[in-house]
Every structure is written in structure tokens, then in C-alpha cells.
Ligand binder design. Structure first.
Ligand code: GDP
Length: 459
């Protein structure tokens, strides 16, 4: 199943760096590289060795760059094909010229993700591992990176394989029972077997989804909404946390009109911060859109930071916000603690548990350490360890798993109704196929192309 052409691309980020790598993969990788490399005969070197020399333009023998060239012979390589990596001096020109002379030798420019695609097509990694490569590249925190590495090593794949194997065995047993109908209760036995397996596989998938929802927090960030009525300090907090003057801080009420998103890393917890317009009743149209957005944002937030101004009494809007967020994961900031206290703490205590209240002065940067500590504690406090984020499911995985659950539920219902076994097998097999799509055991070309095109060039 090896590809018959040889591909080449620049595998490092474009720009000035200490080195830039041109990578070739395919049956002619070594012979093509040999034509542009002077220093050693690459056809004769051992696999997994690196060699000093120069890249030249064979047309005029001009030296393009001084390089180190490594040779990795298939199948012990990333793609399982012969790979040559030419390490040029950084800088755009040398790397591009090197790529050009390699292409002149007949190599084809690689598509984004094509090396990883070949690793998949050649059977070295499965689809969920290929996706893990992409996650690894895009990981925003150490935890997310660790989870991607686990996935790359096949944690999701092996889990799915076990489930599929379990399903296959039951199916085989059912086939056997049907082929040898010497017993009277053949149908009944088959129904019981199918039902039991469907229930057990369904339970495993549900558990996987639960664990992965934790993983999602680390991959996509914890959707965090900073809310509070106008002028309590929402923009100031956002600016402090993100370290960028992106949100506009102002004394005029309601100036943060649109939502601004910012991705930040707080003590290893990735937060996707959404600063929203101050929630208040208003006649102005732009403001209303902002207010409506705030409500929507609040609904999909994993964490809410509700800011109150402790230099003022609680008003109706504060109370409304306290009520709206009461069932959500929330942290309440009593801000402007540098000003005299007006807010009635006893009144507040009726609505909020003291353990989620922090007193802050954003302008004087006090109390913000406690805020960071509380976020760390809530999301990393013992209950969410890297082990729990072993399974990183992307939307594609989640959808397939949910569809598989639906198919299994049909199986369970159908067995309860004692429908004919061959009819039940249709849904059963569909669930099996859906699981197979996660690892790429049953997968269409179109999907593959779409997936790998999301990779960066040269990977
Ligand atoms: P937003 O409307 O909720 O986004 O509030 P802003 O962040 O724009 O802040 C409104 C005003 O309150 C600005 O003048 C800030 O400098 C000020 N402010 C924010 N935090 C504090 C604080 O802790 N103490 C005091 N005294 N003023 C603050």
C-alpha cells in the first residue's frame, strides 16, 4: 500500500530560525537527495545517520547551503517510507532554494499533513493517533500536550478496539447459534447475547464520553464568562489576566459592546475568556445586542466570574445575575476593595456561599492571587489529573460515539421487542462501523482528505 511518488516540503516554520528543514519522503527520496547533496554518497550510508555536506544546484554546481542531512530508511521512519531530512541554515532563502532543487529532481510538493497521512495509509498509526499529532502541534498547555501524547500512543484506539472486538465476538456467537439451530431457544439466546453486549458497550462509551468532557476542557479551554453590571471592573480584570490592553477600559457605562475572546493559561488551566457587555436594561440597540449575547455566553460558560462592586449596594441587576448563575460553576469577586465598603455582606450571604467569594482590588492588583488559586483548585484540585484526560475526543469522535450509542439503543429496544435477529444485526453492525470510523478502520477517502488538510505543511 506504499505510495509510488516522492513528496517534499519545508517542515519547519517559515521565517528566520537557527535551522530550516526540507523533508523528502517516498521511494526516490534518497536518490533525489543524493543528486543535490555533495559530501557523501547517501545511497551507501546506514539508516538513521546524519551527514555533513553541501546542497548544490546540479545545473550549475553552485553551492546553495551548508547542511546536515539525515537518512531514515523505511519502514523505520515516520511515514514508513524512505525519508531524507536536509537541515539547512535558517532563513527563508536557503531553505526555499533547497526545496526548489529537490523539486527539480522530480519530487512533488507535499500537501498539508501528507506525511502524517502516509503514516496512516502505510499502517503505522491509526486515525485517532494522526489526529493526536495535530493536537500535539496545537496544544496550548502542558496538560493538553500530555493528553495528546497519550493519544498518539494509542490510548483511544486501544479502547475502541477492545469494544469492537467484544461486539465482534458476540456477533460471531450469534451467527454460530443461527447456523446450528438444534436448540429450540436459538432466537432467545441470540437476543440475550446481543442485548447484553449492546448494554455493556454502551456503558463503556458513555464512560468514555464523561472522561472526555474533562479532556475537552483542556483541549478547548474552559469557557469563562466575566460578568457584572457596567463599571464593576470586567474589562480591567480581562486586561489583567490577559496582559494585553485589548478590551477597552472606560468610565462610560456600557462601552464593552461586543464580546472579546482571549485564551489564557492560569497555573496550567487554559481559560477561554469572554468579556461581555455589561448586563443591564437599556434602550440603545447596540447595547441590547450586547446584553443578549451576555446571556447566551453565560449559558454556555463552564465557569462564571461574577464581579460585584463592593463600594456600592447590591442592586436589582446584581441580584438578577446572582440568581441567573446560581446553578453554575461560579466565582464572585467583590471588587474595588480599595474604596470604602458599602455592600451589605449579610445580604450577599443569603445568595452566595462564602467559599466562592474573593475580595479584590483590580486597580491595586490585590486578591488576584486568590482568584488564580481558586481557579487552579477548582479545575486541577486533585479531581482532574492528566490520567483523566487520556482520551481527547474531538467533535468527530464525539459525534461518532453518540451515533454509536443511538444505534446500540435501537439494538436494546429491538431485543426487548423480540424483533428478528437479522434485523437487529443491522443496527448492531452500524454501531460497530461507527466505532471503526474513529480509528479509521472503516473510513471514506473524502473524510481522510479533509482531516489531513488541516495539518500544517511539511507534517
Ligand atoms: P466594566 O464596565 O465592568 O468593564 O469596568 P471597567 O473595567 O471598564 O472599569 C470601570 C472603571 O472602574 C475604570 O475606571 C476602572 O479603572 C475602575 N476600576 C476597576 N477596578 C477597580 C478597583 O478595584 N478599584 C477602583 N477604585 N477602581 C476600579
Amino acid at each position: 500500500m506504499y505510495q509510488n511518488d516522492t513528496i517534499a516540503a519545508i517542515s519547519t516554520a517559515l521565517g528566520e530560525g537557527a535551522i530550516g528543514i526540507v523533508r523528502l519522503s517516498g521511494p526516490d527520496a534518497i536518490s533525489m537527495a543524493n543528486k543535490v547533496f555533495k559530501g557523501k554518497d547517501l545511497a551507501k550510508v546506514d539508516s538513521h545517520t546524519i551527514h555533513y555536506g553541501h546542497v548544490i544546484n546540479p545545473k550549475n554546481n553552485h553551492v546553495i547551503d551548508e547542511v546536515m542531512t539525515s537518512v531514515m530508511k523505511g519502514p523505520r521512519s515516520y511515514t514508513m517510507e524512505d525519508i531524507v531530512e536536509i537541515n539547512c541554515h535558517g532563513g527563508i532563502i536557503a531553505v526555499q532554494r533547497t526545496l526548489e532543487v529537490v523539486l527539480d529532481q522530480g519530487a512533488r510538493m507535499a500537501e498539508p499533513g501528507e506525511y502524517t497521512k502516509r503514516a496512516f495509509l502505510n499502517g503505522r498509526i491509526d486515525l485517532s493517533q494522526a489526529e493526536a499529532v495535530m493536537d500535539l502541534i496545537q496544544a496550548k498547555t502542558d496538560k493538553a500536550m500530555q493528553a495528546s501524547v497519550n493519544q498518539l500512543q494509542g490510548s483511544l484506539s486501544s479502547k475502541i478496539s477492545v469494544l469492537r472486538e467484544e461486539m465482534l465476538q458476540t456477533l460471531a456467537q450469534v451467527e454460530v447459534t443461527i447456523d446450528y439451530p438444534e436448540y429450540d431457544d436459538v432466537e432467545e439466546m441470540s437476543l440475550t447475547q446481543l442485548k447484553e453486549t449492546a448494554e455493556s458497550v454502551k456503558a463503556s462509551i458513555e464512560q468514555l464520553l464523561r472522561q472526555a468532557s474533562q479532556g475537552r476542557l483542556f483541549r478547548e479551554g474552559i469557557n469563562t464568562a466575566i460578568i457584572g453590571r457596567p463599571n464593576v471592573g470586567k474589562s480591567s480584570l480581562l486586561n489583567f489576566l490577559s496582559g494585553v490592553d485589548k478590551a477597552i477600559v472606560t468610565d462610560i457605562e456600557g462601552t464593552t459592546r461586543d464580546t472579546i475572546e482571549e485564551f489564557i493559561n492560569i497555573r496550567g488551566v487554559p481559560l477561554r475568556l469572554i468579556d461581555t457587555a455589561g448586563i443591564r436594561q437599556t434602550d440603545e440597540i447596540v447595547e441590547q445586542i450586547g446584553v443578549e449575547k451576555s446571556r447566551q455566553v453565560m449559558e454556555k460558560a463552564d465557569l462564571i466570574i461574577l464581579i460585584l462592586n463592593q463600594a456600592q449596594a447590591l442592586n436589582d441587576i446584581d441580584l438578577e445575575l446572582l440568581d441567573l448563575t446560581k446553578d453554575q460553576q461560579r466565582i464572585i469577586l467583590l471588587n474595588k476593595s480599595d474604596l470604602p465598603t458599602v455592600l451589605d455582606h449579610d445580604q450577599l450571604a443569603k445568595y452566595v456561599d462564602a467559599s466562592s467569594i474573593i475580595t479584590t482590588s483590580i486597580t491595586e492588583e490585590s486578591g488576584l492571587d486568590q482568584l488564580e488559586a481558586m481557579i487552579e483548585d477548582r479545575f486541577l484540585g486533585g479531581h482532574l489529573q492528566a490520567a483523566d484526560v487520556n482520551y481527547l475526543l474531538n467533535t468527530r469522535h464525539t459525534q461518532l460515539l453518540k451515533q454509536a450509542i443511538e444505534a446500540l439503543e435501537e439494538v436494546i429496544d429491538a431485543t426487548d421487542m423480540a424483533l428478528p435477529v437479522d434485523l437487529i444485526q443491522i443496527d448492531y453492525t452500524r454501531a460497530w462501523d461507527l466505532l471503526g470510523e474513529i480509528t479509521g478502520d472503516s473510513v471514506q477517502d473524502e473524510l481522510l482528505n479533509k482531516l489531513f488538510s488541516q495539518f500544517c505543511l511539511g507534517k
